[in-house]
Design a protein around this ligand. Sequence first.
Ligand SMILES: Cc1cc2nc3c(=O)[nH]c(=O)nc-3n(C[C@H](O)[C@H](O)[C@H](O)COP(=O)(O)OP(=O)(O)OC[C@H]3O[C@@H](n4cnc5c(N)ncnc54)[C@H](O)[C@@H]3O)c2cc1C
Length: 454
Amino acid sequence: MIAELARLLGPENVLTEKEDLIAYSFDGTAALRQLPRIVVFPRHAADVSAVLKLARAHRAPVVTRGSGTGLSGGSVPVEGALVLCLLKLDKILELDPRNLTLRVEAGVITQKIYEAADAAGLFYPPDPGSMKVSTIGGNVAENAGGLRGLKYGVTRDYVVGLEVVLADGSVCWFGGKCVKDVAGYNLRDLFIGSEGTLGVVTQVLLKLLPKPAARQTLLATYASMEAAAETVSAIIAAKIIPCTLEFLDRKTIRCVEDYAHVGLPTDAEALLLIEADGHPAAVAEDAAQIETLCRTHGAAAVKRAANDEEAARLTAARRSAFSALARTKPTTILEDATVPRSELAKMIRFVGQTAEKHRLDVATFGHFGDGNLHPTFLTDERDPAEMHRVEMAMREIFGHALSLGGTITGEHGVGLAKKAFLRQQLGDASYALLKQIKHVLDPENILNPGKIFD
Ligand SMILES: Cc1cc2nc3c(=O)[nH]c(=O)nc-3n(C[C@H](O)[C@H](O)[C@H](O)COP(=O)(O)OP(=O)(O)OC[C@H]3O[C@@H](n4cnc5c(N)ncnc54)[C@H](O)[C@@H]3O)c2cc1C
């Protein structure tokens, strides 16, 4: 099989040495690793098709990989896996200003998509914290969210077409440039968020928006998380939908300031990063109203970014939260339990109590406007007793999120990390249906086996 792969793709696109394979044995998820058998770098959908046909003939498990920034173990290899790394499918193929679409290969880095749209006066809103590294294929496979999710939604809301290679090697297109199209089942959406278990995405047709003419970034600090949560409810109740509504708790603020030195107040209990965008007059009005609401709901201080550079610095500081926390302990386990917005304050309180009960170090930040929080356990995987306590705490946190009408994952996917909790969320009938769909599309179970379910 190795010889055949080298013939198909060229020997420079096939890795088999242990030293090379190690780099593909983990992703962004803590404490999960497995050496693959082979790593290959296709350059076209035709290469992907040929590799899948070969893998199928040899019954070899295939783990598709973008940049490996996933946080649920989705691209961690299974034993004996062939890793199909799409980083060489890196071309921006067509920007169509009349239809406001951008067609790209799956290995294009998310930031490049933002920049290509921006250069044409257009806007690609999904901005995961990892966008400088993650691929659009990985974003589609995880249906990634980002800091602008509250107003603009997630990756799914911008995918209008997909090229997908199926497990048998056939190449399909789903969707296209038509704004309206109801021909047949919506299979495009089936592949979005399928975590590499149903097919390999090789091209993505994205919808773009006109670039907002103005934005204003605000930073509000609080002596209590409850007051910050009340402010968020008040902003939404005032019928203002900012594009960004992020929060950091005390521990995260301290770690970020220590790392990024942007002048965050390290004595604050909570911090809100808020951004309004749109027409200049609307942005000015919204920003003024947001500032008033922050103050009347107990903000100790509200600061407006003086210019674009300052706004970019503050947003970059928020984006660095994971990296900043990761410096404090050997192992960082970042979760993404999500609840209806109205339940967020309760959920944050529960996370704090659970951490205390299990004697764990936890910091929490996330997308307040989306009800999506990232309780981050700062721990050490070499300490089995502490890892056991982390597991117990996570179980309780997911259980509580579900009891509040929430979900075990708002944006990172199920992968390996959360598959034990999926049935509890979906119920037996829906869970069985998911498995049937997987069986129809991948009867030999070669695509990312063991992810999402056993
Ligand atoms: C610092 C940091 C910040 C992050 N911030 C966010 C955030 O704000 N929002 C968010 O949603 N996530 C975030 N993430 C998680 C992660 O970046 C996203 O899930 C991202 O979409 C993964 O992209 P990737 O290219 O790294 O994919 P990988 O990690 O390589 O793969 C992820 C999954 O997608 C599958 N896959 C990859 N490419 C394809 C393809 N072409 N076809 C089919 N399946 C494929 C893989 O098999 C795997 O199951 C963050 C991660 C880090 C490390």
